[in-house]
Design a protein around this ligand. Sequence first.
Ligand SMILES: [Zn+2]
Length: 634
Amino acid sequence: MAYVALYRQWRPKSFSDLVGQEHVSQTLAQAIETGRVGHAYLFSGPRGTGKTSTAKILAKALNCEAGPTPEPCGVCESCRRVNEGTSLDVFEIDAASNRGIDEIRELRETIQFAPVNGRYKVYIIDEVHMLTAEAFNALLKTLEEPPAQVVFILATTEIHKVPATIQSRCQRYDFKRIAAEVIAARLRYVADQSDIAAEDAALSLIAQGAAGGLRDALSTLDQCAALAESVVTEQLVRDILGLVGREHIEKSLRAIAAGDAPAALSVVAEVVERGRDLRQLTVELIRELRAAMVYQAAGEAAGREMTSTSSEMLAEEAALFSPEAFAPMIGRLNEVLGELRWTTEPRIAVETAFLSLCRPVAAGLEKAAAETGTVGGPADEARLAHLEKQVAVLTAQLAARAAAVSSRPGAPAKRPLAGGRTVAAKSAPLAASSSRLAVTPEGQDLWQKLTESFQGDVKYKPLHSCLSGGKFGGMGDGVFQVLFSSPFLRTRLERDDYRQAIEARLAELSGQSWRFITAAGEKKLPDPPPPPPRRKDTGVKVDMASLPPEGRRSLEKAVEMFGDHFVPIEEAERQRAEAVAAAEKKTLSGAARRENHSAANRQNDVSVSAEDIDFPPLDDVPLPEDDDAPLPED
Ligand SMILES: [Zn+2]
């Protein structure tokens, strides 16, 4: 005998066989018993939840020789013919392939004839939402004046596409997604009856993957049984469904809980190496966090509803996090799922999320400590040590990434070590790329949105101030350029974390990824009349007598303030560039110091303002005239 697929073999034969749709089967069975059968039914619900099976059971129940009965015998000629699809009174129409007016006209012509063998003529129209507007109109006329002894059963996965006029003429039944544990129990029954050896965890995993559809679950079990050597194992199911390994999920959770960024990143690397989908990793992590969260909140039974994870493991995972930690983590991972739809760099999106997940946990710990007032105890010291370690790791990573990024074309070059040679080299790639860049209205628009998007955001206050000092310089070939007349602002914005924040925001606003670059722009104000000493800048000696009276006065004032040491303008530029580099270095180490300091501070006081954490020290901000200083590239 030919092999019959499990889902066909185990198709429900009576209302009592219907799995997970008791609200539907009980009502229909009662209608048949009391003789109150409607003229039209509308079955809606996700695929594989039993709509067509129910329609066929209803058809058999109405026409069974022993009926009408909620328990059709399944052996009389009428029942057999329905099962085989050869009944002259039961018509199955697939609206996905017969969606036109002709089919419905034909239906209207034949509908007037009395049933051939049975009591009722039953029309089952599958995927009814696919019908054309004309076909719906023709169907509506039939539904308005249905001949006696005709029953319509319309089935759809997309109820919102079925016109309201049709819906209002039908008794509507909504088929639910079947709960994973109900599917798992059914799979266990089918496996036992079919002599398929299978691990419980494997069946549970299949059930979760079926998204509430029993038919899909049975198909997967079929496939797994065919490929299994002797027993359907959890690992086999993972392989067939392309799921991420259990160990990866556990490792991710532990790393995140411990704030162990390197371990979290290594999970991403391993998943990529094994050719698994990062989206899948994210989805499974969300499910696992959900399970741990629900376990913590509502106990074992609720927690295990949607997971194959063992109770012991779930208890362990739930203990890793505080109750308020779950929602932000799940929220962040859901964001990544959104990003993964359009990004060309899924790995970066997932890595960024993993790193950010490693940090808020630390913040949550501090908060808990502050709330309970248990400050200064040995536990706090341990936490503090842990936090300090994290800060050190993150700072090192940031530095490593900054170093890697600076070798990218178009990225900020290292500050010159000697002379102005490196400065010249820095502007070369920018000049090359600016030929491809165009200042378009869309670009202007995006630029405006970009600056506005950082406005009022306390975290990005310094970034926003810097950005506001720039001017849109064109975009093209995946590059978004902003011009700065102030080298200081430009240098600041080239900071790695700022650039990443800007690039992320650009992607968010435009739906595509951009590389953010900066270039020297024109000065905003018209040049003031050149000060007299500039005409003398080739020499180091200045002849005061040769100057016009006005220029002489200015110069005398300058000498009074700064002394009479004159240097050539190139030399002055070099010195200034060095000073900026030194200031930048100072800011970086200052920021690291402050971060350490503020981590310690927050331990005692959670009300430390964002300024204290993120902003550069005031003494690093140059005086306003810096904006008008000559540009090093000139
Ligand atoms: Zn029968």
